[in-house]
Design a protein around this ligand. Structure first.
Ligand code: GLN
Length: 536
């Protein structure tokens, strides 16, 4: 049921992809939250995969995991980092999921013999998924970002669904459309025609945008705003400039200056006298933009040519750096390019090293070499998921002397399976959505580096893996100096390891990066960055 007080904001994009719809949505959400409203943001993805969990990061960038174990679009990471509130499965909808539901219903006979069609059955399911968020909590605003670009064939059912919804919601809904205003260097002019055409495409689908957010490299003057307003049937105040920013964290401030939140409230007939209080946000920006120190951290992974693949990790580093007023240069190190020969050149100057999560054996040897180097040279180390697992493999091989110790993911016949498939994973055939996913509790050991970072013993972190630390090797590893510093007590899983006899060497089976936000930079990243600063 629709709660009449909830207002819906639909965000579409035109002209090109990558205009920053996710960041603009997150920034608007932040401004509304700081005015005292409750807000959630949802992403509709027009692809046919049920979720991005099975996609290669080169296709899609990082797969972001929520507390409830949903594998989602990386924009949800931005929503959480900006709004400092958790999203869930309901915040990400894909065409695959929509069709799956409709087809399952059809098989059950729920449509009572009717012909099942895109309109109304697919569009009804889209509308249901948009409004589902309202059933969970009484939000003042639900911002729904529609992925892709208007005019795309695959986005059509979504556009039609939100067109219908606007009328069903008694005008408690508005449309924000993002476009590009390109600068033609030869003519030395900003061009509005692509925006006009993009709005025309929306109009053909029956949607009149209420607000236009125009992405641009150069400031858009009043004359151009007038022109866009006149040709696109919007008020001049509803033409919002979105100029390229040095960091995504400037965007809420820029949107506030342009009055995006004000015009949204006006269009939705919502009175709000409180001005957004962005003091904390500005303090964070100040730490980010006026650093007092500088360090360099290496990040070893196999998708380093596409940094979106490690989005949450790089944002977590930014958050921790801003908190410590420290500029952090990240050197992206391709694990396949690491060899004995170049090891020292690549790593010796670093203040610290992160080894990234991953799947499969490509690049594993480079990760193991890099971990050996930082372990032996007392360089701070943070291993995340596969990074933790490779740290255990490295220690077993090179400190304990367990020749060919490995994870059964890399070598199913290894004599020393120090990392092994979890029991509940054995026998699973389907790849989609079947990992150990989402939030699990972990108890930290006192007097460890990880405990010093969190400053508490009971934590909850998000997971995404199939393999685990093999407890039959625990005693041997601990005797030799790699201890289990975090345990899931329910099923006795080792969730964190560390080497007490090292400056700062921590490996975690979970993904701390999914929970770092601007308001709350993640304690583990802060602890690691501090160790790196001290390792100048
Ligand atoms: N491939 C490993 C596993 O499935 C690690 C996964 C990860 O790093 N997210 O356990």
């Amino acid at each position: 049921m629709t709660n009449s007080s909830t207002k819906y904001i639909f965000v579409t994009g035109g002209v090109t992809s990558s205009l920053g719809k996710g960041i603009v949505s997150a920034s608007l959400g932040k401004l509304l939250v700081e005015r005292g409203h409750s807000v959630t943001i949802q992403k509709l993805d027009p692809y046919i995969n049920v979720d991005p969990g099975t996609m290669n990061p080169y296709e899609h960038g990082e797969c972001y995991v929520t507390d409830d174990g949903a594998e989602t679009d990386l924009d949800l990471g931005h929503y959480e980092r900006f709004l400092n509130h958790s999203t869930s499965q309901a915040n990400n909808v894909t065409t695959g999921r929509i069709y799956q539901t409709v087809i399952e219903k059809e098989r059950k006979g729920d449509y009572l013999g009717k012909t099942v069609q895109i309109i109304p059955h697919i569009t009804d399911e889209i509308k249901r998924r948009i409004q589902i968020l309202e059933e969970k909590k009484d939000f003042d605003f639900i911002i729904t970002e529609i992925g892709g670009t208007v005019g795309d064939i695959e986005a059509l059912p979504y556009i039609e669904a939100v067109r219908q919804l606007k009328w069903e919601l008694d005008n408690n809904a508005i449309f924000i459309h993002l476009t590009l205003v390109p600068f033609l260097a030869a003519a030395a002019e900003l061009k509005t025609k692509p925006t006009q055409h993009s709005v025309k495409t929306l109009l053909e689908a029956g949607i009149q945008p209420d607000i236009l957010v125009c992405r641009t490299e150069h400031a858009i003057n009043e004359k151009i705003k007038h022109k866009i307003a006149k040709f696109c049937n919007v008020e001049k105040d509803a033409v919002i400039q979105s100029i390229d920013a040095k960091t995504i964290y400037e965007v809420p401030i820029l949107m506030q200056k342009e009055g995006l939140d004000k015009i949204v409230l006006k269009k939705l007939n919502t009175k709000c006298n409180k001005t957004p209080n962005l003091l904390k946000w500005k303090k964070f920006l100040n730490g980010l933009q006026n650093p007092k120190k500088e360090i360099t951290i290496g990040l070893v992974g196999k998708y380093v040519s596409l940094q979106d693949a490690y989005k949450s990790i790089s944002e977590s580093i930014i958050h921790a750096g801003a908190k410590k007023c420290c500029k952090i240069n990240v050197e992206w190190i391709d694990s396949e390019g690491v060899s004995m020969k170049n090891l020292s050149d690549k790593l010796n100057h670093l203040n610290g090293l992160i080894v990234a999560p991953g799947f499969g054996d490509r690049g594993i040897d480079g990760k193991i070499l890099a971990i050996k180097f930082v372990r032996e040279n007392n360089i701070p180390f943070l291993g995340i998921c596969l990074g933790m697992q490779t740290a255990v493999i490295e220690f077993s091989r090179n400190v304990i002397g367990l020749k060919n110790a490995n994870s059964t993911e890399m070598d199913s016949k290894t004599k020393h399976p120090v990392i092994d498939l979890m029991n509940e994973q054995k026998g699973l055939k389907n790849k989609g959505g079947t990992m150990r996913l989402g939030a699990y509790e972990c108890k930290l050991k006192l007097k460890t580096n990880i405990y010093n970072a969190y400053k508490k013993t009971n934590i909850s972190e998000r997971h995404r893996h199939r393999y685990e630390f093999n407890n039959s090797y625990l005693e041997k590893l601990e005797k030799n100096g790699l201890i289990a510093s975090g345990i899931n007590q329910k099923n006795n899983l080792v969730e964190a390891v560390e080497i007490p006899n090292h400056k700062w060497f921590v490996g975690v089976q979970f993904h701390p990066e999914y929970k770092s936000t601007v308001d709350k930079p993640h304690p583990l990243f802060c602890g690691f960055v501090e160790a790196c600063i001290n390792n100048k």
